[in-house]
Design a protein around this ligand. Structure first.
Ligand SMILES: [Mg+2]
Length: 118
């Protein structure tokens, strides 16, 4: 199994916990990769790179692109995701399909996404 782990507002909420989680996954033969939508050239990535180095995991920077198709194109299909912002994961086709289903099911409650907006 390959676990795709988000960094900002996921790992950063408790880096020690996620470090332990990485150890558990890798000890059982699974692979963990960090997948962030940050730009690869961002010179503020020292925190991501240090965490990846410390825990011996790969860090993938999608540069704002949807995570699942980006990883698939690298030949690194992710089986399970842990991410505070799941909307950044599926391809646009799947997102559009989900949106269409919501309209079809009249599941159209519009609520703010962020706590700051409430
Ligand atoms: Mg995040």
């Amino acid at each position: 199994m390959r676990l795709g782990l988000d960094f900002d507002e996921t790992v950063t909420l408790d880096p020690e916990l996620f470090g332990q989680l990485i150890s558990l996954f890798t000890a059982r033969g699974h692979e963990v990769i960090i997948v962030t939508i940050r730009q690869v050239s961002n010179n503020l990535n020292a925190d991501v790179l240090a965490f990846a180095e410390e825990h011996q995991v790969e860090a993938i920077f999608t540069g704002g692109k949807q995570k699942a198709p980006f990883c698939d194109n690298l030949g690194k299909h992710v089986d399970v995701w842990m991410d505070d912002y799941p909307a950044a994961i599926p391809s646009v086709n799947k997102l559009a399909g989900m949106a269409f289903s919501c309209v079809k099911m009249k599941d159209l409650n519009i609520e703010p996404d962020d706590e700051e907006e409430r």
